[in-house]
Design a protein around this ligand. Structure first.
Ligand code: FES
Length: 91
């Protein structure tokens, strides 16, 4: 069981415990493309938010999903994606 959990991404573990993280480009059946940056989480001790869909879970990790830094980062990323799409439409 420990080996099974060790090779899962953080987003899989959080989904298993019904902790929902926003995601656009991640699908469990395909490899992660890591394009949208919507699945940001903070790991205790990290200096910046990290991407949950490409970082393997470690049993010693403490993951924060709803603190201010993560919320602001996700909102900023969503704003950037929106601006990029608007730019492409108007171009
Ligand atoms: S879901 Fe897109 S980068 Fe993680």
């Amino acid at each position: 069981m420990i080996c099974f959990i060790t090779y899962l991404f953080q987003i899989n573990i959080l989904s298993y415990f019904e902790i929902w993280i926003p995601r656009f480009c991640y699908h469990g059946k395909y490899s992660s493309s890591v394009n949208c940056r919507m699945c940001l989480v903070e790991i205790k001790g990290s200096l910046k938010p990290l991407i949950a869909c490409c970082i393997l879970f470690n049993k010693n990790m403490i993951i924060y999903t709803n603190i201010n830094l993560v919320t602001i980062s996700v909102e900023f990323q969503l704003l950037c994606l929106t601006m990029y799409n608007i730019y492409n439409i108007l171009k």
